[in-house]
Design a protein around this ligand. Structure first.
Ligand code: ADP
Length: 274
């Protein structure tokens, strides 16, 4: 059953101004409970705009976002509640850390959700564990953490709200390869253990191949493909036409096989293997 359904979503910036720009154009797809969906596309294809409409941060110019079958804008006064159900990790989330300790930062969401001190503590520690934040870091200032640790602390703050859907916009951007690997593995572990729904925006085909069940491909504000991961990568020629090269096809195939995805020989058509 689908937890999230987008129906003919459009978003236009600067309506009625000379800068009017249709960033998302008639996008429809639905996500099943427990799926991990990858969203790929060129810079400027509309990915960030699209995901910001999923938790009510931005209101579609037209179209509907249904969460558990209910339009999230049915009761505009209650839109804040949606933000606890659909957790959003923005690009470079570490810039949103602001409390004096990491603990307080992670506790911010659960505190605003009205949980008891005991429940808050449980959520903070669970989120810290998922993101590999050790106990001793919890009492440090977020500003004393390394870049990777800051990123993980910020993600922990969203996970601590125990959202039904977790949306991550380029979570590995700017991290070194080791930091990327660690973070991606943590996201996968979180998804497996919590069995909840995750949407991951990334420009890294490799990252997406490693984790996604299905992929949404955006191009020029439109959804141009939505299919199982191996089927999308099998359409390498079409991906290339919209400027999405698959640079390390051999690696991607082995990532998919490692996950037990059946990838017959020759299914991936663009062979620019390194
Ligand atoms: P992506 O996440 O795929 O890089 P975005 O959703 O950020 O794409 O952007 C889609 C389009 O909307 C781009 O053409 C971008 O320039 C434009 N855009 C994004 N944010 C704004 C904004 N605040 N005002 C006007 N145009 C914007």
């Amino acid at each position: 059953m689908s937890i999230l359904e987008l129906k003919n979503i459009c978003y236009t910036y600067g309506v009625g101004t000379p800068f009017e720009k249709k960033a998302v154009n008639d996008v429809s797809f639905s996500v099943n409970k427990g799926e991990l969906i990858g969203i790929i596309g060129h810079t400027g294809s509309g990915k960030s705009t699209l995901v910001q409409m999923l938790n009510g941060l931005m209101k579609p110019t037209s179209g509907q976002v249904l969460l558990d079958g209910v339009d999230i804008w049915d009761k505009p006064k209650e839109i804040r509640k949606i933000r606890f159900k659909v957790g959003m990790v923005f690009q470079y989330p570490e810039y949103q850390l602001f409390e004096e300790t990491v603990y307080k930062d992670i506790a911010f969401g659960p505190t605003n959700k009205g949980l008891s001190a005991e429940e808050i503590d449980k959520e903070v520690r669970r989120a810290a564990k998922f993101t590999g934040i050790k106990d001793e870091l919890l009492y440090k200032s977020p500003f004393d953490l390394s870049g990777g640790e800051k990123r993980r602390a910020a993600i922990a703050g969203v996970i601590a709200m125990d959202p039904d859907v977790l949306v991550l916009d380029e979570p590995t951007a700017g991290l070194d390869p080791m930091g990327r690997d660690v973070l991606l593995s943590q996201i996968v572990r979180y998804h497996k253990e919590r069995q909840n729904t995750v949407l991951l925006v990334s420009h890294s085909m490799e990252d997406i191949a490693r984790v996604a069940d299905r992929i949404v491909v955006m191009s020029k504000s439109k959804l141009v493909m939505f299919d199982e991961t191996q089927k999308v990568f099998a359409r390498g020629d079409e991906l290339e036409k919209i400027g999405l090269r698959i640079p390390q096809i051999t690696k991607i195939m082995s990532q998919l096989r490692k996950r037990g995805v059946d990838v017959p020989e020759g299914i991936l058509t663009v062979d620019s293997a390194v």
